[in-house]
Design a protein. Structure first.
Length: 229
C-alpha cells in the first residue's frame, strides 16, 4: 500500500516554497516601509558613482530582497541617460541573476538528499529542455525571475548557457525602462514604454527559442559528433 506521507520533498514543492519565501519577504519589506527598497528614486537622482553603485546594488540584492526593479531602471535612465541606464540596469540585473543562480548551485547537494531521486532527474531534464526559455521570459517578472534563477542553478544548467539567456532576457526590458526614464514620465511615454516592453518580450522570447534550440543541438550526441571526428 502506498504511503500517504513522504519524508522527501517533490521538485514542484521546492519551487513553490522558494516562491512563497520570496513573497513573504516582499510583504515584510512592504510592511516595514524601508524607503530605499520601496521607492529608491530619491537616491538615484544625481549623476554620481554613488548613485550608480546604489542602482546596481539594488538590482543585485533583488535576488533575495524584493526591489521595484522597473522603478530602479527607469530612475537610472532618467539620471544617466538611455545608454548609461541600459548598461547599469543590465549589469545590476545580471548580478542579481548570478546571486540566485549561485545560491541554487550551492544547494545542489542538499537538494539531492531532500528530493526524490526521480524528481531530481525529471526536474534537471525540464531545466535542460525549457530552462533557457524560462530565464529569457521571466527576467522582467518580479519573484518569478528570482525563482527561475535559483531553480536553474539548483538543477544544473550550465553557467554559460544560463548567463547567456539572462543577458538576452534582460537587455530588452532594461532598454525599455531606461528609455522611459530618459524621456521622462508622461502618458504618451508610458504608452511607448508599454509597447516597447511588449515588443522586447516578444523578441526575447524568439531569441530564447533560438538559443534553446542551439543549446539542445550542442548537447545532443549528433550535435557533438557534428563538430568532427
Amino acid at each position: 500500500m502506498r504511503r500517504i506521507g513522504s519524508k522527501r520533498l517533490r521538485a514542484w514543492m521546492l519551487v513553490a516554497g522558494v516562491l512563497a519565501v520570496l513573497l513573504v519577504v516582499f510583504l515584510v519589506v512592504e510592511w516595514a516601509g524601508v524607503p530605499l527598497l520601496v521607492d529608491p528614486r530619491s537616491s538615484l537622482d544625481t549623476v554620481s558613482v554613488v548613485a550608480a553603485m546604489i542602482g546596481i546594488g539594488l538590482l543585485v540584492v533583488d535576488a533575495v530582497v524584493p526591489v521595484p526593479s522597473s522603478v530602479v531602471m527607469v530612475a537610472l535612465g532618467a539620471t544617466f541617460g538611455l545608454a548609461g541606464g541600459v548598461v547599469l540596469s543590465v549589469v545590476g540585473s545580471i548580478g542579481g541573476f548570478a546571486v540566485g543562480y549561485l545560491i541554487g548551485r550551492r544547494s545542489r547537494g542538499s537538494l539531492a538528499s531532500a528530493l526524490n531521486g526521480g524528481d531530481v532527474v525529471g526536474a534537471a531534464a525540464l531545466v535542460r529542455r525549457w530552462g533557457v526559455l524560462a530565464i529569457v521570459v521571466s527576467r522582467p517578472l518580479p519573484l518569478v525571475a528570482e525563482t527561475v534563477a535559483f531553480t536553474t542553478g539548483a538543477f544544473g544548467m550550465r553557467p554559460e548557457v544560463a548567463f547567456a539567456a539572462a543577458v538576452v532576457g534582460t537587455v530588452g526590458p532594461a532598454a525599455a525602462f531606461s528609455y522611459g526614464g530618459w524621456r521622462g514620465a508622461s502618458t504618451v511615454d508610458g504608452a511607448v514604454v508599454f509597447v516597447l516592453v511588449v515588443v522586447a518580450a516578444s523578441l526575447c522570447w524568439a531569441a530564447g527559442r533560438r538559443l534553446s534550440s542551439a543549446a539542445d543541438t550542442l548537447c545532443s550526441p549528433r550535435g557533438r559528433n557534428s563538430r568532427g571526428p
